[in-house]
Design a protein around this ligand. Structure first.
Ligand code: NI
Length: 181
């Protein structure tokens, strides 16, 4: 199936799921679609810059990546609609909320790392997209934590996609300027 069709199918599904939660881009009044389509945009451009990249797979995972974590969607629903490979990818990109908070990111990174480099790429693209000027209510310690988490993501998954790793590295340097000394 052509990528354009798969894209439309995934964005319609994800958009309706996030809208049903009334979810906005944090700190803004923008619909959550702005986040997921920005991640998909990063993935499409990475696809042009990466040999042997499965863009059709990766772009669907990008659009769906927060459906399990943030909406009423579960694994089985994704499996039935998009297949088990995509469901597994989205599941790896979702925090296991049964774990203590400080273990959740490393656990997710470990599960991502066991899958295809396209899944690593979605995590890199997600953090590239999220490294924006921090919301004004964030204190310095939260900004420092977000910065160091981004570095952990880069260190753990950067080998999965050279193009996105170099973009994330630049974004992390830029983000350092938001830390007050
Ligand atoms: Ni995300």
């Amino acid at each position: 199936m052509e990528i354009q069709f798969l894209y439309q199918q995934a964005i319609k599904f994800a958009s309706s799921k996030h809208a049903a939660m009334g979810q906005k881009v944090p700190g803004t009044n923008l619909p959550y679609d702005v986040h997921i389509t920005n991640v998909a945009m990063e993935i499409l451009i990475a696809g042009f810059n990466t040999p042997a990249f499965d863009t059709a797979f990766a772009v669907q995972v990008a659009l769906l990546h927060d459906t399990i974590e943030d909406t009423a969607t579960d694994f089985l629903e994704l499996e039935n609609k998009f297949g088990i490979v995509i469901a597994k990818a989205v599941s790896a990109l979702s925090k296991n909320e049964a774990l203590p908070k400080d273990k959740q990111m490393q656990d997710s990174l470990n599960r991502i790392k066991a899958l295809q480099p396209e899944v690593w790429s979605v995590k890199l693209a997600d953090r590239i997209t999220n490294l924006q000027p921090p919301p004004s209510h964030w204190d310095n310690s939260k900004i420092i934590k977000y910065h160091s988490e981004a570095q952990t993501i880069l260190d753990t998954l950067g080998a999965g996609n050279a193009y996105l790793a170099s973009r994330l590295s630049a974004k992390i340097k830029e983000y350092r300027s938001y830390i007050h000394s």
